[in-house]
Design a protein around this ligand. Structure first.
Ligand SMILES: Nc1nc2c(ncn2[C@@H]2O[C@H](COP(=O)(O)OP(=O)(O)OP(=O)(O)O)[C@@H](O)[C@H]2O)c(=O)[nH]1
Ligand SMILES: [Mg+2]
Ligand SMILES: [Zn+2]
Length: 397
C-alpha cells in the first residue's frame, strides 16, 4: 500500500495506562486459520457465536490474566495504544468466518484477523469488531491480508439484545432505515416501534419504509403513515415491482451512512438494488420469502452507493429485543408520551393500571394514538421477563 496511506502519530498516547484483562490462549491462532470457505458456511451471527464458544471451552486451563500495557479509555470503550505509524486506517465491510474484510485507504479490500488482545478489551467478545467499524490495521503476509490492531470509538450504533447479551448489528451510522412490508410478511408496527426506541436511545435518525405496497390498497396504511409522520419519522411507501417510492428513498439515503434492517423477506436487498442497480445484492427468488429459518442476506455488509453515501444491508431478524433500556425508562422513548408523563400522579407510573395517569388520559383524548399505546403495553407485557432478568435472553435470532 502507498506510504501516504499510513496514519500519522497522534497525541493521545500520553494517556496510556495498564489494565489487567482475562486472556485465553490460542484464539489468535484459530482466527488466523479461517479462510474464505468459511464464508459460505456461516452468517455473521453464527460466526460471532462461534468465536464466543471457542473462548468458553475449558476455561479453567486456558484462561489467565494478562497485563496489557498502553490502554486509553474513550467512554465505555478501552482503546489499545498502537504504533500508528505502522498501521492503516480502514473500514470494516463484513465478516468472513472469524476474519473480516476491511476497506483500506487505497480503496482495496484486506482480509484481516483480529488481534487477540482486542477480545480481552471488550466486554462482550461478540462485538469486538462489527460491520461499519473504523479500525487501524497492520498489513501482514500476503499483500491483501492484515491484522486489526485497534477499533476506534463507535458513533451511532444499531444494537439489540440476543441470547441475553448485546448484539451490535452495525457501527458508525447516522440513520437506520427500518424496512417493513405491507404484506408477505404482514406489517408489524410493534417491531417498527422497537427499532424507533433503539434509534432514539442511540441518537440515530430512524426512517421507516413500508415495502410491497403493490400487494395491498395503500389506503390501508394511511393510519400508520399518519401516526409516524406526526411524530416526525419520515415514512416512505415503496414497491419494487412498479418503482413507487424508489426516488424518494434514494434522496433519503444519498450522502448518509444508513443501516438497513427489518424482518427477513420484507425486501431490504431488493430495495437497495432498486435504489442503486450497481449494488447487485443477492435477493430471494420471487415468492421464495416463506422459506423458514433461512436468510437470503447472511451477514451485514457495508457498501458504497454510486450516488454518494453508504448503506449496510443486514440479515433479516425475527425479533428485536431491546437492550440497555430499563422498564422504567422505556416510556420516555415513545417520544409523544413525554409531555404527558409529567401529569401522572405517581412518579414511577407504568401507565397501565394506575389512576390519574397523564398518558392514559392523552390516549382517551386522542392525543396519543391507540396503536402506539397498545404497542407500549405489549412491550411492557412481553418483555417483562427480560426487564426483570437481563441476564436471560428470550430471543432466537
Ligand atoms: N410483491 C413484491 N415483492 C417484493 C418486493 N420487493 C421484494 N419482493 C420479494 O420479496 C422477496 C424477498 O426479497 P429480499 O430483497 O431478498 O428480502 P430481504 O429483506 O433482503 O430478506 P433477507 O435478506 O432474508 O433479510 C423476494 O422474493 C422479492 O422478489 C415488492 O416491492 N413487491
Ligand atoms: Mg437481504
Ligand atoms: Zn402514567
Amino acid at each position: 500500500m502507498a506510504e501516504k496511506g499510513r496514519k500519522g502519530k497522534r497525541s493521545g498516547q500520553s494517556n496510556a495506562k495498564k489494565v489487567r484483562v482475562d486472556m485465553q490462549k490460542n484464539r489468535q491462532a484459530r482466527a488466523r486459520q479461517q479462510n474464505l470457505t468459511r464464508e459460505l458456511l456461516s452468517d455473521d451471527n453464527n460466526a460471532e457465536d462461534a468465536a464466543t464458544n471457542e473462548r468458553v471451552t475449558s476455561r479453567n486451563e486456558m484462561s489467565r490474566r494478562r497485563t496489557v500495557v498502553g490502554v486509553e479509555s474513550s467512554g465505555e470503550q478501552l482503546l489499545r495504544v498502537v504504533d500508528e505509524q505502522e498501521c492503516f486506517e480502514g473500514r470494516v465491510i463484513s465478516f468472513i468466518g472469524l476474519n473480516c474484510m476491511v476497506l483500506g485507504p487505497d480503496g482495496r479490500q484486506y482480509e484481516c484477523s483480529v488481534r487477540g488482545v482486542l477480545r480481552s478489551l471488550t466486554r462482550d467478545s461478540r462485538n469486538v469488531v462489527v460491520a461499519g467499524d473504523r479500525v487501524l490495521f497492520r498489513q501482514e503476509g500476503d499483500a491483501h491480508q492484515g491484522v486489526i490492531e485497534r477499533v476506534e470509538p463507535r458513533h451511532g450504533l444499531l444494537s439489540r439484545g440476543s441470547h441475553g447479551r448485546e448484539h451490535i448489528l452495525v457501527a458508525n451510522i447516522d440513520q437506520v432505515l427500518v424496512v417493513a412490508s405491507a404484506a408477505d410478511p404482514e406489517f408489524k408496527p410493534q417491531l417498527v416501534d422497537r427499532y424507533l426506541i433503539s434509534a432514539e436511545r442511540h441518537g440515530i435518525r430512524p426512517l421507516i419504509c413500508i415495502n410491497k405496497i403493490d400487494l395491498i390498497n395503500p389506503a390501508e396504511l394511511l393510519d400508520a403513515v399518519r401516526i409516524y409522520g406526526r411524530l416526525g419519522y419520515p415514512v416512505v411507501l415503496t414497491s419494487n415491482l412498479d418503482g413507487r417510492g424508489t426516488s424518494q428513498l434514494r434522496s433519503y439515503l444519498q450522502g448518509r451512512q444508513t443501516a438497513v434492517s427489518g424482518q427477513s423477506g420484507v425486501g431490504k436487498s431488493s430495495l437497495l438494488n432498486a435504489v442503486d442497480p450497481e449494488l447487485n445484492l443477492q435477493t430471494a427468488d420471487v415468492s421464495d420469502w416463506t422459506r423458514k429459518g433461512t436468510h437470503t442476506t447472511r451477514r451485514a455488509r457495508l457498501v458504497p452507493l454510486s450516488f454518494g453515501g453508504w448503506v449496510v444491508d443486514t440479515p433479516g431478524i425475527r425479533q428485536f429485543e431491546l437492550w440497555g433500556i430499563s422498564r422504567e425508562e422505556v416510556d420516555g422513548y415513545f417520544i409523544e408520551f413525554r409531555p404527558f408523563i409529567t401529569y401522572c400522579r405517581f412518579p414511577d407510573c407504568s401507565h397501565t393500571h394506575e389512576e390519574d395517569c397523564g398518558v392514559k388520559l392523552a390516549v382517551q383524548q386522542h392525543l396519543i394514538s391507540q396503536a402506539r399505546y397498545q404497542s407500549y403495553l405489549r412491550l411492557i407485557e412481553e418483555d417483562i421477563f427480560v426487564w426483570k432478568n437481563p441476564a436471560r435472553g428470550t430471543n432466537q435470532d
